[in-house]
Write a protein that binds this ligand. Structure first.
Ligand SMILES: [Fe+2]
Ligand SMILES: [Fe+2]
Length: 211
């Protein structure tokens, strides 16, 4: 049984003073650790740090995809294939988890405030478009892998087209989230919901590890 008392503390963040609520409880971590955790959630929302870091990795992977597409156009096919496979591995792992972080933690919380249509619905629609494109791309890469030297020009042209489409889609998507959706979430979600988003993101990762 946890007994909670709510109080306040003026915390000097260096730029401005923030009022931070905290609680004493028989929480196993103790009130001090809990207070530090609460300050961290409010001052530096962990969800945003994780989501934005994933975007940075995603943008770097799109640069790798563009380089692999260039290698393919310049007939350096084996090098291109290695690059494409690295990017597909990223799509199937880290990108899936990132989309799950958004679709199972951030978006449900945000849609309770602004509704499921509008920006949230648009972002989910873009996730779906990207996966359809990645499925087509994966099929073409399998054809290339089966016969790197002998793959037809049609396959090469299709891989180039799909790679460029994925780059365009995902760069635009990341830009919309970074400049519109994430600031909206930071501004509109209350403290309790922000903590809930962090907890649901951790749950997504635990489920992903369990396979
Ligand atoms: Fe997204
Ligand atoms: Fe994202």
């Amino acid at each position: 049984m946890v007994t909670e008392m709510f109080g306040g503390l003026w915390f000097n963040s260096g730029v401005k003073l923030e009022f931070v609520t905290f609680s004493w409880s028989r929480h196993p971590a103790g009130w001090h650790e809990r207070l530090i955790w609460e300050v961290d959630v409010l001052e530096n929302w962990e969800a945003m740090r994780i989501l934005k870091a994933a975007h940075e990795v995603g943008l770097a992977m799109l640069d790798s995809l563009a380089q692999a597409a260039t290698a393919l156009r310049e007939e350096r096919r084996s090098e291109a294939l290695r690059g494409f496979e690295r990017v597909l591995h990223f799509f199937d792992g880290e990108l899936k988890i990132h989309f799950d972080h958004e679709e199972r933690a951030l978006f449900p919380a945000l849609s309770r405030i602004i509704g499921p249509a509008g920006p949230v619905g648009a972002m989910i629609g873009e996730h779906d478009s990207l996966w359809r494109c990645v499925d087509d791309f994966t099929e073409e890469i399998e054809v290339l892998r089966d016969d790197v030297a002998g793959a037809e020009q049609r396959t090469i042209a299709e891989i180039d087209r799909l790679a460029n489409h994925i780059i365009w889609l995902l760069r635009g998507h990341i830009n919309k989230e970074d400049t519109m959706l994430f600031p909206l979430a930071e501004k509109t979600l209350d403290e309790r919901t922000k903590r809930e988003v962090v907890e649901n993101m951790a749950l997504v990762e635990r489920l992903a590890k369990q396979g």
